[in-house]
Ligand binder design. Structure first.
Ligand code: BES
Ligand code: MN
Ligand code: MN
Length: 461
């Protein structure tokens, strides 16, 4: 297995150049204008699987963007690893805040990435991360060291909620049948504190529309007498949290899994530097639910955040107007055992109930997903832990993260197999933000670590 290091040193320039080519494709799933590019990325992924030595590669149609499949079955009696990832990316906006164009990748050094980082939309989320698996599998196939079977499922709608995947999975459960699911689409604590993600939050995402008068009004003639939907919306949003930053939606916390003090104490052992956190965000203080630490606030507690708010005059200069409508997009991050459909209903009822009679309110649910927690005594976790220990020289820390990958909970119900979240990104890699990047060291470390996962998983299985 030492050969992996030789393979990486011989091929690393090629690995990086291949990733750069993939990053040049603007596969933005949220924007229909990029539909061709999303399909182009799917083709490029299929080709990369072919080049790696995979078999039965295929672009599988779904109701939405396709899923790319490829496998290498060395013996049907051996266990099968399913690698999941996504080739779609978030929109790059706001584009002016990028130091270099989002789809023209460049390598630059940063404080945390002295060996350089690849700057491009999707570098870390998730093209750079799933591509580590393609290259690790390439190594194992070319060197005849693949110890078990592998299948790839690389989808194109993760960033818009994986809507088509549920039906697709159910219709194709035999094809994707596996014993463990391996995903690199999360992060780790730092390059010298490896960690494995043991929990993802669920999500309920809604859009609200508040309508006042039947037309925009002169803010002098009508101001103070007619309802102002923007004022009303701001007040309604403010009411969704109390002074302790608890969410006020009745029933919201009813099903939240209770975590014992012992377990909280265990979680608190994961290193976290509050001062560095504040400094990295340039904020005077953190903010959140009373009674919980910052890692608890993003790891084990549900939240409600406005993601966008608009209405009224937003052009240059001033216009005296009371808009007819105001809007907001709101995300709720959920934890076990909240159900996202139920939470969406609770939100809708509550939001409608707090609206004054002067306005009409419409709530439109977007997408969602359930939370996921994986045990640390499973074979998969143990294999991942040993793999990281081998290549980092340190035992990784289990850590719950705040992000969501909606399909993961569904995997468990369809396949009855565990998911291992073996991510190599850093929180500071700016995923979904301008100047997203992925450390070259992290990329290569992932390629180095993954073959050990296969080795140990097959040994322990
Ligand atoms: N890879 C992220 C999720 C993630 C990132 C989890 C870092 C943990 C740490 C994924 O691509 C993502 O962005 N998911 C979305 C959900 C989706 C429904 C849009 C999210 O979490 O906002
Ligand atoms: Mn992702
Ligand atoms: Mn993402």
């Amino acid at each position: 297995m030492k050969d992996i290091n030789n393979y990486i040193s011989t091929n690393k320039d090629r690995f990086i150049n291949e990733l750069i080519d993939l990053l040049k494709i603007p596969s933005i799933s949220a924007d229909k204008a990029y539909a061709k590019d999303v399909l182009k990325a799917a083709k490029a992924v299929k080709k990369s699987l072919d080049d790696a030595g995979c078999e039965n590669t295929e672009i599988c149609e779904t109701k939405g963007y396709p899923v790319v499949y490829g496998d290498k079955i060395i013996d049907p009696n051996l266990p099968t690893v399913l690698v999941y990832g996504h080739y779609d990316v978030q929109p790059p906006d706001p584009i002016d805040l990028w130091d270099s164009p989002p789809f023209e990748p460049v390598i630059k050094k940063t404080e945390l990435h002295p060996d350089g980082a690849i700057f491009a939309r999707g570098a870390c989320d998730d093209k750079g991360q799933f591509f580590m698996h393609v290259k690790a599998v390439e190594f194992m196939i070319k060197n005849d060291t693949l110890p078990c079977n592998v299948k790839f499922m690389i989808e194109g709608e993760e960033e818009v909620g994986s809507d088509s995947l549920e039906d697709f999975l159910k219709e194709n459960s035999e094809k994707f049948k596996n014993d463990i699911i391996l995903i690199s689409d999360t992060g780790m604590i730092s390059n010298d504190t490896p960690s494995i993600t043991t929990g993802l939050r669920g999500l309920s995402y809604v859009e609200v529309e508040v309508t006042g008068a039947n037309r925009d009004l002169h803010s002098g003639i009508y101001g103070g007498a007619a309802p102002n939907p923007i004022n009303v919306l701001a007040k309604m949003i403010a009411q969704l949290h109390d002074e302790d930053n608890h969410i006020t939606i009745p029933g919201f916390y009813d099903k939240v899994e209770v975590i014992s003090d012992d377990e909280r104490a265990e979680m608190a052992k994961a290193p976290f530097d509050l001062e560095a956190y504040k400094k990295s965000l340039d904020i005077g203080d953190v903010h959140g639910e009373k009674g919980y630490s910052t890692p608890e606030r993003f790891g084990i507690r549900p939240t409600l955040d406005v993601n966008g708010i608009w209405g009224g005059y937003m052009g240059e200069g001033a216009k005296t107007v009371i808009a007819s409508k105001a809007y907001a997009k709101i995300s709720m991050r959920l934890v076990p055992d909240q159900d996202w459909h139920e939470i969406t209903d609770l939100f809708t009822k509550h939001f409608e109930s707090i609206a004054p009679k002067s306005v009409k309110v419409k709530v439109t649910p977007h997408h969602g997903g359930q939370a996921y927690v994986t045990p640390i005594d499973s074979i998969g976790y143990q294999a991942a832990s040993k793999a990281m220990e081998t290549t980092f020289g340190k035992t990784p820390v289990p850590q719950r993260t705040g992000g969501s990958i909606p399909i993961v909970a569904l995997f468990e119900s369809v396949f009855d197999s565990k998911t291992i979240l073996l991510g190599f990104g850093l929180d500071s890699d700016a995923i979904h933000s301008p100047n997203e990047h992925f450390g070259v060291w992290n990329f290569l470390k992932g390629i180095e670590t993954i073959p050990y996962f296969y080795k140990y998983f097959n040994e322990i299985y």
